[in-house]
Design a protein around this ligand. Structure first.
Ligand code: SAM
Ligand code: SF4
Length: 326
């Protein structure tokens, strides 16, 4: 497995398979959407599969498909099926808004997808429509059930918490983990894309969310053996079946444990969510680069991965979240 210049093992690749989305979450995109990549620009299935195969041969062990909304990409089930056949790739997962899960969960599970993270920021139908602009909460909840029934496990729910918008629901969301198969993670809103609107006062620090949950539902016990490869810190409520996770990009730096690169839908390796720096793979790939040459570019990206983000110095000029893949 490759190590970066700061001795961090880099073993997790998030792959944005499309910049398109069937929602317009207020913290991610403006209602009119963001400028679209052309079809020419977007990596084809076989290009994604080749890049992932090279990554797995280098020692990447976790691959997550994201977007935009990965389920709106044509041929997503075929892509999953080809990826799942790559020798050595045991952990293939997806982050989705869940709107299309009722249709796709079973075919995806059969194709070899292991688990999903589901974005769900509210349990109130009207608020759901307000926060996503177009969505229907019922579709997501039913999609979650279908995913579990299809054997996608675990299903982790991601809630982006924004003060004044949905922070009054953190206790209700935490309470869900008292039921079987509910795992909920609270994410501090990041000042990227439309999220910049809520930088500063909009951010509800994880410590505050934890305190509110403990006050209402009892003490949280740290969970050390939770299956997790990302920056979340996990806890459990008394007698709870499920876990609570906290992802605190703003108030609790996690760069020291960062283990990931991101592949954008147009074929660039992004070194950090909060920095624009990237290494282009698509151009050499389309000009006939060999596997060895592509591997060298990967290694170069790993080696120039920055030590950490510089949010304190101001909001960086990055791509929209829907291009980066969250
Ligand atoms: N469409 C899929 C979904 O929503 O799950 C996958 C792509 S989305 C960009 C990936 C993740 O990024 C989601 O969990 C979303 O909530 C999160 N996200 C988007 N904008 C964000 C922001 N400004 N701050 C924090 N998380 C954000
Ligand atoms: Fe689409 Fe996901 Fe962004 Fe929401 S967070 S607009 S579902 S890409």
């Amino acid at each position: 497995m490759p190590f970066d210049a700061y001795d961090r093992p880099i073993q997790y690749l998030r792959v944005s398979v499309t910049d398109r989305c069937n929602l317009r979450c207020v913290y991610c995109m403006p209602e009119e959407g963001v400028p679209k990549l052309s079809h020419q620009d977007i990596l084809r299935n076989e290009e994604i599969v080749r890049i992932v195969r090279i990554a797995v041969e280098m020692g990447f062990v976790h691959i997550r498909l994201t977007g935009g909304e990965p389920l709106v990409r044509a041929g997503i089930v075929d892509m999953v099926s080809e990826l799942a056949r790559i020798p050595g790739l045991d952990d293939l997962s997806m982050t989705t808004n869940g709107l299309l899960l009722r249709r796709y969960a079973e075919p995806l599970a059969r194709a070899g997808l292991r688990r999903i993270n589901l974005s769900l920021d509210t349990l109130r139908p009207e608020r759901f429509r307000q926060m996503t602009r177009w969505g229907n909460l019922e579709d997501v909840l039913a999609g979650r059930e279908t995913a579990l029934a299809a054997g996608l496990w675990p299903v982790k729910v991601n809630m982006v918490v924004i003060r004044g918008l949905n922070d009054d629901e953190v206790v209700d969301m935490a309470r869900l983990t008292l039921q079987p198969e509910w795992h909920v993670r609270f994410i501090e809103v990041m000042p990227l894309g439309a999220g910049a609107h809520w930088s500063g006062d909009g951010v509800v620090p994880s410590a505050e969310i934890r305190a509110r949950i403990e006050e209402a539902l009892g003490p949280l016990t740290p969970v050390y053996n939770e299956v997790g490869i990302g920056p979340a810190r996990y806890y459990r409520l008394p007698d709870a079946a499920g876990t609570l996770g906290f992802i605190s990009a703003i108030t609790e730096h996690f760069c020291r444990g960062c283990n990931r690169l991101r592949l954008t839908a147009d074929g660039r390796l992004l070194l950090c969510l909060l920095s624009g720096a990237s290494v282009d793979l698509r151009t050499p790939l389309r000009q006939g680069a060999t596997d060895d040459e592509l591997r060298d570019l990967f290694l170069q990206a790993v080696l120039i991965k920055p030590r950490g983000h510089t949010l304190e110095e101001g909001i960086p000029a990055t791509l929209p979240m829907s291009h980066i893949g969250g």
